[in-house]
Write a protein that binds this ligand. Structure first.
Ligand code: NAD
Length: 315
């Protein structure tokens, strides 16, 4: 298939592009390079530097390339920034996404796969006695920020295009994704932030008591979920996480061992609104997509540290 990967110069999108190329698909990447890097795009892919807010430019890409399916990864994805600039966030994450959905419909695309988010869509996870955890696709969505509201809102658009026009879609609700190429200057990529700081011997900070838990999932597993979703006939919303909660202190400890870091982290106050616990039940993806995470946390962190070490050595 000829598949458009938006955000294919970014962290997750570039791994999706790699996985699709490896599976024998033709890949077209659209990215405005806001946070992405041209060198992340695989050589086998065609690249268009286009902003998804630019409807005419996107339409030209669809005409020129005869796109058959879409993996939509492009987004503004900073939770805090989404509270400061809700309009731009909606313009990119909702209107930009709608441009793509309209074009998918007009060109009879086989499938629209969307990078959604478990963390920001489900919101607060509650207690250890399991009142809301792990989240399933039936859990009540309760975004706490504009970014989460953008993602949830576009999920509704996808579903109504399916109901009205038969446009098939899969919304993949990602957990905390980590791995090579993640931006260590990002807001939420704690693995990338710790790894880069530790390899440079710089201090690290943990918010709150570090016992807040997340579902850390390796980026190649997420890329494979996109491949399976594109190739399958499944339609709907799918969690794609390990289902294993890991706290931030544990991530810090494993990364310290892998990098030989000996400094203690500094504990700083938790920002308002930070979720205490979140992890995903992905049995629906296992059943319908045949997806299961394959890379253990230790192995994924080891590969990530190797990549950051090589980057640092290159300067
Ligand atoms: P990223 O910033 O590395 O990738 C986003 C890409 O989109 C970048 O290459 C950026 O240049 C591009 N982009 C941004 N605005 C654009 C625009 N207007 N037009 C064209 N391209 C634009 O971030 P990522 O972590 O790889 O995120 C990829 C997707 O996964 C996003 O949709 C994000 O919301 C979602 N997601 C990520 C995580 C995570 O843990 N990283 C978790 C949940 C969901």
């Amino acid at each position: 298939m000829k598949i458009l990967v938006t955000g294919g110069a970014g962290f997750i999108g570039s791994h999706v592009a790699d996985a699709l190329v490896a599976a024998g698909h033709q890949v077209v990447v659209v990215d405005n390079l806001h946070t992405g890097h041209r060198e992340n795009v695989p050589d086998a892919a065609t690249f268009h530097q286009v902003d998804i807010r630019d409807r005419e430019a996107l339409a030209r890409v669809f005409e020129q390339e005869q796109i058959q399916a879409i993996s939509h990864q492009a987004a503004l994805a900073n939770v805090r920034a989404s509270m400061e600039d809700p309009i731009t966030y909606a313009e990119v994450n909702v209107i930009g996404s709608l441009h793509l959905l309209e074009l998918a419909k007009a060109h009879g695309c086989h499938k629209f796969v969307f990078a959604s988010t478990g963390g920001a869509v489900y919101g607060e996870g509650y207690s250890e006695d399991g009142s809301r955890l792990p989240f399933t696709e039936e859990s009540w969505p309760h975004p706490k920020d504009n970014y989460g509201a953008n993602k949830l809102s576009f999920e509704y658009h996808l579903d109504l295009y399916y109901q009205n026009f038969g446009q098939k879609y899969v919304a993949l609700r990602y957990p905390n994704v980590y791995g090579p190429r993640q931006d260590s200057r990002g807001e939420a990529g704690v693995v990338a932030i710790f790894t880069a700081a530790m390899l440079r011997g710089e201090p690290t900070k943990i918010t709150g008591d570090g016992k807040q838990t997340r579902d850390f999932t390796y980026v190649e597993d997420i890329a494979r979920a996109n491949l399976l979703a594109l190739e399958s006939d499944a339609v709907g919303i799918y969690n794609v996480g390990t289902g294993v909660p890991t706290d931030i202190n544990t991530i810090h400890r494993i990364l310290a061992q892998l990098t030989g870091y000996t400094l203690e982290p500094e504990y700083v106050p938790q920002p308002v609104g930070e979720v205490r616990a979140t992890y995903l039940d992905s049995s629906k993806a296992r059943r319908d997509l045949g997806w299961e995470p394959q890379v253990s946390l230790e192995e994924g962190l080891r590969r990530t540290v190797e990549w950051f070490r090589a980057q640092l050595a290159q300067g």
